[in-house]
Structures are given as structure tokens and as C-alpha cells.
Write a protein that binds this ligand. Structure first.
Ligand code: SAM
Length: 282
């Protein structure tokens, strides 16, 4: 660690309700020499609201590299810097990774000031399993890349958390409807911590119906959560392994007869599974 260098504080700010600003965040913002913010006008208004007039520098996707070098020089000269984003926690679908990495390489102390983040606020009210989850950010916009992304999300054995812009929520749900099992559980959390906070649960089809019936539900900021893939039992996995082996050696009808008698299942049911596995083998 550089002894006389300043500290970089990664400060979370509210995602809607200004009362979610922590006392520690206010104290740090008051104390630092520089506040690096995504949108200096937006953050300037928020700081004004807290009675703070600070020296603000912009730090966003387009100047991240140059600005990181500049901020590291300030930190090395002993200035304390706070990094904030427009809302929530910096680095979570927001800029900041580069400067944290640079500080780590230069031996400059980085301190988190935790607070609101839409992903965690959504997870804890979703009613979906929270013991294992992954944050997936925004889905790709192009249809083919999005479908591949959704298939990976749907295969996950934990809850998946996605951010989405309001004008893209319908295409995203339609894409889910296309590739997900009809009963796959989704939760849409809108406008968290704000006046019109809403949590909607259901399949892709059910959510689409709600959003079409009430276009207000297509508005605002939103997080979409996807429930885990249903667990497959050891027996299911063995059935599939044996089924795929049999398909390599036997015609499907004979493979179905052998597999049905091995697993003590109905031949028609097993035949349908064999068809699916043969299809997925291409
Ligand atoms: N860094 C932020 C965080 O910690 O949540 C996220 C920034 S990302 C650029 C913005 C996205 O976060 C929005 O498009 C939306 O998906 C989600 N988001 C932010 N505020 C939200 C809110 N109040 N309710 C629901 N989603 C929100």
C-alpha cells in the first residue's frame, strides 16, 4: 500500500428513494476532495439536495481509461476520491472496474461504501431461491445472441438476475416465451423503492398478458429474475445417458423398448424422450 496516497471510495447511492442514502455515504461524500460521477449534472443535483457542493469530475464509459489515469494521479498525490454512478452501486452494470483495477495495481486503497443496488433489492423480494444466484446484466439486443444468452440463463441451477430497459422488455419476454418451458417462473420488479414499485410473478406468457393489458407495467426501471432450472434427479441423468448410448446402437423403437423395461416406465413416454435427445444431438 502507498502510505501517503489517498483512498478511493466506491459509494452506493439510492436507486429511487433518496432516504436510502446511508449516513456513511454522506460522511464520505462530504470528506473527499473529488467526486467522480457518471453524469455530473445528475449527481450535482443529488449532492445539492444533501447540502453538499463538491468538485465533480465525469467518469463514464467513454472516458474511463483517460479519467482513471487522471484519478490515480490525484490519489497518488494524496487526494481522497469517491466514485458514484447515476443510481445504485458503481461497477454493477456501470463504469468503475477500470479504476478499481488501476488502484489495485498501484497499491492504492479501495474502500466500499455499500448501499442500494437494484439487483439485490429485486432478488430479496422476488420469492425466488436466494442461496445461489447469478447477475447477468443486460441481455444482448440482437436476436440470435439473445437466444443463446437466454438458453444459458435457462440452464442455470440458481436464480438469474437480468436488467432491462423498458422499451426492450416485450421483445425480451417474447424471446423467453419462445425458448423457456411454459411453466418457467419469472419475476419482474419495476420501479423499486419508488412510488409505483411493482413485483409481478408468472410465466413469460402470463407476464406478457399483464404487460399488454396494462401498458403502464411496461414503463420505468426494471429487473427480470428467472427461477432456477428444475432439478434433474440422478435417475433422470442415468436414463438420459443410457438412452443416448442405446440410440447410437439401436433404432429408436428398439431403444425405447429396452430403456422402458430398464427404467420401468411407459414405452411411449420413453420414446418421446428419445426423440428429444436425438433432436438435440442434431
Ligand atoms: N448500478 C445500478 C445498480 O446497482 O443497480 C444499475 C445501473 S444500470 C445502468 C440501470 C439498470 O438498473 C436499469 O435499466 C434497471 O434495469 C436497473 N434499475 C435501476 N434502478 C432500478 C429501480 N429503481 N427499479 C428497478 N430496476 C432498477
Amino acid at each position: 500500500m502507498q502510505q501517503d496516497a489517498g483512498t478511493l471510495y466506491i459509494v452506493s447511492t439510492p436507486i429511487g428513494n433518496l432516504e436510502d442514502m446511508s449516513a456513511r455515504a454522506i460522511a464520505v461524500l462530504k470528506q473527499v476532495t473529488v467526486v467522480a460521477a457518471e453524469d455530473t449534472r445528475h449527481s450535482g443535483r443529488m449532492l445539492d439536495h444533501m447540502g453538499l457542493q463538491k468538485f465533480l469530475l465525469s467518469y463514464h464509459d467513454h472516458n474511463e481509461e483517460a479519467r482513471s489515469a487522471d484519478l490515480v494521479r490525484r490519489l497518488q498525490a494524496g487526494e481522497d476520491v469517491a466514485l458514484i454512478s447515476d443510481a445504485g452501486t458503481p461497477l454493477i452494470s456501470d463504469p468503475g472496474y477500470r479504476i478499481v483495477r488501476s488502484c489495485q495495481e498501484e497499491g492504492i486503497r479501495v474502500v466500499p461504501i455499500p448501499g442500494a443496488s437494484a439487483m439485490l433489492a429485486a432478488l430479496v423480494v422476488s420469492g425466488l431461491p436466494s442461496d445461489r444466484f447469478s447477475f447477468e446484466g443486460f441481455a444482448p439486443v440482437k436476436a440470435a445472441a439473445r437466444e443463446q444468452f437466454l438458453r444459458r440463463v435457462l440452464a442455470s441451477s440458481g436464480t438469474s438476475i437480468l436488467y432491462e430497459a423498458p422499451h426492450r422488455i416485450l421483445p425480451l419476454l417474447e424471446a423467453f416465451q419462445k425458448v423457456a418451458a411454459p411453466d418457467r417462473e419469472l419475476v419482474l420488479c419495476r420501479e423499486l423503492t419508488k412510488r409505483f414499485e411493482t413485483v409481478l410473478r408468472g410465466s413469460a406468457e402470463q407476464l406478457l398478458t399483464i404487460l399488454h393489458e396494462d401498458p403502464n407495467q411496461q414503463r420505468g426501471e426494471m429487473v427480470l429474475l428467472v427461477g432456477p432450472a428444475p432439478e434433474t434427479s440422478i435417475e433422470d441423468e442415468e436414463l438420459e445417458r443410457l438412452g443416448r448410448l442405446l440410440l447410437q446402437e439401436l433404432p429408436p423403437s428398439r431403444a425405447a423398448r429396452v430403456l422402458a423395461s430398464w427404467a420401468d416406465r411407459k414405452r411411449n413416454d420413453v420414446y418421446r424422450l428419445l426423440e428429444l435427445w436425438a433432436e438435440s444431438d442434431g
